[in-house]
Design a protein around this ligand. Structure first.
Ligand code: GTP
Ligand code: MG
Length: 195
């Protein structure tokens, strides 16, 4: 019941997350990819996660809990040009550690703008996840920005490209604006949450 999601806490870093028990799913992606919007779409809440036109809005790790006790995690966006290199590197290290060490992490949703999928950091993240045996749902967001034809061919191309990661990677088009791919997202989460 994704509509039951409620805000639990904002963690400044991965060591400050709630105890590593139960199941959690993380939403990751470049700044401005549409992570917070996707969480709001999934949970049918307008302002559960804060969205913004300014990239880099979500600087903290926001933790949401479902009535079942399972967690959804909104990770800060990466790849924001104005963030100093040292901060970027620190965050990448923390992210890698989170993927490697967090036992309750059962899946990661990687959101990428459909107009620029699989940029360098996206690829790194998916390789790490594949290495750690964590399944990935790659959502090509803002799919409403492309017409039906180019949208389909981009998804097919991305599926082809995703084979290179050598992991469990599913690729779908997604739009919060037009509610595209919401069912696919729900189905994947249901699978990971085990219901
Ligand atoms: P950070 O928290 O900064 O990392 O960004 P984010 O990934 O959480 O992105 P957010 O959900 O805040 O959305 C960024 C911008 O993209 C906002 O202006 C949204 O309105 C817009 N946006 C999000 N989803 C969609 C979509 O499905 N279609 C379109 N056209 N715009 C979208
Ligand atoms: Mg956000």
């Amino acid at each position: 019941n994704y509509a039951s999601a409620s805000f639990v806490t904002s963690a400044p870093d991965i060591t400050k997350l709630p105890p590593d028990t139960g199941i959690e799913i993380a939403f990751a992606g470049r700044s401005n990819a549409g992570k917070s919007s996707a969480l709001n779409t999934l949970t049918r809440q307008k302002a559960l996660a804060r969205t913004s036109k300014t990239p880099g809005r979500t600087q903290l790790i926001n933790v949401f809990e479902l009535d079942s006790g399972e967690r959804l995690i909104d990770l800060p966006g990466y790849g924001f040009a104005k963030v100093p290199m040292a901060v970027k590197e620190k965050w990448q290290k923390a992210l890698a550690e989170y993927l490697q060490k967090r036992d309750s992490l059962k899946g990661i949703v990687v959101l990428m703008d459909i107009r620029h999928p699989f940029r360098e950091t996206d690829q790194e993240l998916i390789y790490w996840a594949a290495d750690c045996g964590i399944p990935v749902l790659a959502l090509l967001t803002k799919a409403d920005k492309l017409k039906q034809g180019p949208r389909k061919s981009t998804v097919l191309q991305a599926r082809q490209a995703s084979i290179a990661f050598n992991g469990d990677v599913q690729v779908e088009a997604f739009s919060s604006l037009k509610r595209i791919g919401v069912e696919q997202l729900e189905n994947k989460l249901n699978e990971w949450f085990g219901s």
